[in-house]
Write a protein that binds this ligand. Sequence first.
Ligand code: MTE
Ligand code: MO
Length: 383
Amino acid sequence: SDYSQEPPRHPSLIVNAKEPFNAEPPRSALILSYVTPVDMFYKRNHGPIPIVDDIESYHVDVSGLIGSPAKLYMRDIRRLPKYNVTATLQCAGNRRTAMSKVRTVRGVGWDISAIGNAVWGGAKLADVLELVGVPKLSNVTQSGGKHVEFVSIDKCKEEKGGPYKASIPLSQATNPEADVLLAYEMNGESLNRDHGYPLRVVVPGVIGARSVKWLDSINIIAEPCQGFFMAKDYKMFPPTVNWDNINWDTRRPQMDFPVQCAICSLEDVIVTAPGKVRVCGYAASGGGRGIERIDISIDGGKTWFEASRYQKPEIPYVADDISSDKWAWVLFEATVDVPGNTEIVAKAVDIAGNVQPENVETIWNLRGILNTSWHRVQVRVGH
Ligand code: MTE
Ligand code: MO
């Protein structure tokens, strides 16, 4: 593979793997703004960043179980109504490093910043599919299509040199309220190469792995995509499953992400004088389930109080209304008084009442995905 033409990146990103390039911002930088700046947004790749230099001839082929195949050029996609959707993208591997401390897991290590919140601009996939003859709110096409597969331009070793791919159900793809986008803008600017130029899928509320970058083609298919990242990766296994007894077919590809939160204003272990400490972070839940509240403890989880939260600042380049913010994270804040050595904990509750699990041990899995355990910070008080 050729990594000689990678785009420039912000020097303060923490690089977890160089080739393919995988990097996240320092946790303290992640919460400086509600909308994550593009250069500070985590980058998760499985191969070299493709180069699309002829935007005139660039197009998406739509085929499979539809009436007739179609070719969509950028001008066709830009002609459709444009939506700005504020959505948090989170890698299923976020917080993997902490899970690997329980027992070894396989995968790129991530601290707590494999997540970001952006305003994605583009056409709704439901409109795109309607344009090629698949009506809104379809569960199945006339020829039996039930899933929408996205195939990329990039090449990755897991696919034996083939492209990255993923699929979502047709019912989600054709539902305008699911806000699935073919996005050509990120935070009001043209998408950059790292994040999928010229066109990427954004599936709000779902693990990042399904938001295929550098879209090459769309296939309407009968069964979920059998690509590596759907069939042999990004599945959640119980703690008893190991590399000797794993049977990938027993589990569904992970789609929605569970309720999550993390403290970003403090490192895992802090040394401080007695007194006030600012506890700030993010909370998000998948499937369009917003955040109900964030609980903070300064005694390791014995007693709790509620953090204050905010979600809706003015976003200048979004004309009138953000069509919805149910896909977006909330940032939270609390100022606490630390009496002595202790553990600060944060846990979030989503609008369905789902709560984060107390311990990482109970959700340990061999791929190290979906570490959503209570986020803990050790406080050592010095004088
Ligand atoms: N799309 C392609 N074509 N290739 C990839 O490697 N990585 C996926 C997804 N889409 C990937 C991809 C994963 S695992 C995640 S978490 C998100 O993209 C990351 O998107 P970002 O790099 O824009 O943050
Ligand atoms: Mo990911």
